[in-house]
Design a protein around this ligand. Sequence first.
Ligand SMILES: [Zn+2]
Length: 438
Amino acid sequence: MKPFPIIKKPCLWSVIFLVFTQVALAQIPGQSYYDNTGFVEYIRGDHPVIITVPHNGYLEPDNIPDRSCNGCKYGSDSHTQEMARTIIDAYFNLTGHYPHVIINLLARVKFDANRPIDEAADGNATVEVAWQNYQNFIKNAKSEIEQDYGRGILFDFHGHSHDVERVELGYTLTNEELAMAPEVLNSFDIVDGSGIKSLILDNPLQQTHTQMLIGPYSLGALIQQKGYPTVPSPDDHYPLANEEYFTGGFTIFTHSSRRDNNSAIDGIQIEVNRDIRFDETVRTEFSIDLADAIFEYLNLFYLSDVEFVDADQDGFNNMVDCDDTDPSINPNADEILDNDVDENCDGKLGTSTIEPPNPFEPTDELFFYPNPTDELLLIINANSMNFYVEFFDTSGKLVYKVVNQKELHLEFLASGQYIVVYHDLIAGKAIKKKILVK
Ligand SMILES: [Zn+2]
């Protein structure tokens, strides 16, 4: 735990510090914890993603005066708190894990959690403490993620009322910067000022800055694919110079990996339009879809460096071993027919009556063809547009990853056996197959 950066009353702060430490020891993923003002809620997470919700608190206690600072904004980002809570549930259903979520429960007229302390609290001592606690919940979640996963991402969640009905993703880049030619956008000067700088400089798919913004694996692409117009995305590269657009605010500027923040945690501001937020059915569906998109993004960029364990020591780690507690079950094991156990981890119970799938006979089952292969491998019966495929060598090392492609060119892979894992993001399940590359 890091010390508080602003210490006005050392005694009071060390008491708060102690309270924080005690709480941290006992925290359970998915449960809510509150700071000592009662105005900041932290839902403990156990995955490398943080969601902050600064602008949709409902509390307006009389003893906290309304902010009256010059130019302060008081608008509430309606329904974003409710949507974040739907995302938590959807994310858990999808992954068995929780994002870290930090919510400002005070109405924005009392506390703007996405501003520097002066404007956020307008001099009110209690709100200043709440501001400090809000920041510390973020910082603690960040250090935990860095410790457990090495890297992660923060999404600051908002609602906008701009004329163009589309989701806005804020990378702390302006309309003008987003409109720059790829060679300028990919230069270090611009990359340095991006909220996902850490990811651009080092990502497992070797995507450039431009690709991370508008390419097929960009967050904009993953959201747009689910039917929600988004900027930036492959279909809408940048907001025009005269169009309203939120580049990102205090939270993303302060806590993301941009410039000299020296953070392994990237940051993107997500601004949701009115058409999505103000219709209950649409906003619930969107929240579930956004949880999907976030998990896809995590899988593409943040979870692939996770170290795997081989608990049963059969030479296959828990990513490729379908039962890592039993050494006689692994992708290299011989399938024993008719015994209701999938010894070879191909996702099927071997029975003596079923032949391997024949590509010339109709079947709904997913399979790879041909196997063995020289270089071209087709994925037959993949879902239409929501999957990714990973190739692991026999030591369990990830050697290749590809998203939403049914025709794979494998000439760069060394000859040998691979475990191929097909992740179906619609059905929320994975299928493992052994493939021999000749
Ligand atoms: Zn907002």
